[in-house]
Design a protein around this ligand. Structure first.
Ligand SMILES: [Zn+2]
Ligand SMILES: [Zn+2]
Length: 321
């Protein structure tokens, strides 16, 4: 499989001299499994440059690509209105993305192209564009086995596991480790009170021999985290969210992003060969990201994980898996 990154930044594009080495475009990369399939992961602003590149590939009007959306936050769809191949008749695009509670995937993606926001509507793009809504599970697209896995983000978000010809690429962003919602010191105090009428009742419930919500919450969080690790197990390449450092994380709990220490943990525990950390924090300079790589290498050395490779995804980076 061949992977190329076109946008690696999280949240908002960050052009400027401090980000030229790592890149400032938002989430987009392509996967070419090797049998002529063409998959695009997310449609952040990186997809604009990918589209221009595709226009030079000699198959104008004959493109047949699948676009897998992790979710529909802006930084994962806001490049699509600028994706030139979607304007070319004969080209075919099929979006796959998570089903939403109250809105169709097509309406969310095309909503950003209403006249209030953009001069051209989605239906005026001349290519054929279809939308497939996904839930968790396994299926096959163009001979590639794909497993979709729910992640921990404020909106339904999917990670994807692509398996083809004995190789595996896994994507897991935007996501943070699951934590126990019943722990007072962590968060969701209101939610706890709502469910259990405050800690007194929870304690009373425990005294009466009922389930202890705190230890039950720990168990569920651990199971959910284990599920994501199993989903990543043995990947040849994993693209993982590591927006924060562990020092930054406490003020960002619940925002749906992981730390570089989470990246180290999942890479080692799920036996991932190469992990590209991705969705870089907008304020992070090239120097800071390279500093994160040095920290990771020291940590991996300390833990004796000499077969685990972790590096920052960079715009333009190509990986043969
Ligand atoms: Zn994002
Ligand atoms: Zn998001």
């Amino acid at each position: 499989m061949y992977v190329k990154f076109w946008g690696v930044r999280g949240s908002i594009p960050t052009p400027g001299p401090k980000t030229v080495r790592v890149g400032g475009n938002t989430a987009c990369f392509e996967i070419q499994p090797g049998g002529g399939q063409h998959f695009i992961i997310d449609a952040g602003t990186g997809i604009r440059e990918l589209g221009l590149n595709m226009m030079g590939r000699g198959n104008i009007g004959r493109v047949d690509a699948k676009i897998f959306l992790s979710h529909t936050h802006w930084d994962h769809i806001h490049g699509f209105p600028f994706f030139v191949p979607a304007f070319i008749p004969g080209n075919k695009f099929k979006f796959f993305g998570p089903v939403n509670f109250n809105e169709k995937l097509e309406d969310i993606v095309s909503g950003q192209m209403k006249y209030s926001y953009f001069p051209v509507k989605l239906e005026h793009m001349a290519s054929t564009i279809e939308f497939i809504e996904l839930k968790e599970g396994s299926f096959s697209v163009d001979g590639v086995k794909i497993t979709a896995q729910y992640l921990n983000h404020p909106i339904l978000t999917l990670g994807y596991r692509f398996e083809y010809n004995g190789k595996t690429v896994v994507t897991a962003f935007d996501t943070e480790p699951y934590s126990n919602p019943f722990k007072k010191e962590e968060k969701h105090e209101d939610f706890d009170d709502f469910l259990f009428g405050g800690s007194d009742e929870a304690a009373a419930q425990q005294d009466e021999g009922g389930e202890d919500p705190v230890s039950e919450g720990d168990k569920i969080a651990a199971e959910m985290n284990q599920k994501v690790k199993n989903f990543a197990r043995g990947a040849d390449l994993m693209v993982f969210d590591a927006q924060y450092t562990k020092e930054e994380y406490p003020s960002k709990i619940g925002w749906g992003h992981s730390t570089i220490d989470d990246a180290i943990e999942i890479a080692i525990e799920a036996n991932v060969k190469r992990l590209a950390f991705f969705h870089h924090e907008p304020t992070r300079s090239d120097d800071a990201i390279e500093g994160m790589e040095r920290y990771i290498n020291e940590e991996l050395k300390k833990r004796g994980a000499k077969d685990t490779h972790i590096f920052a995804a960079r715009e333009g980076m190509e990986i043969d898996v």
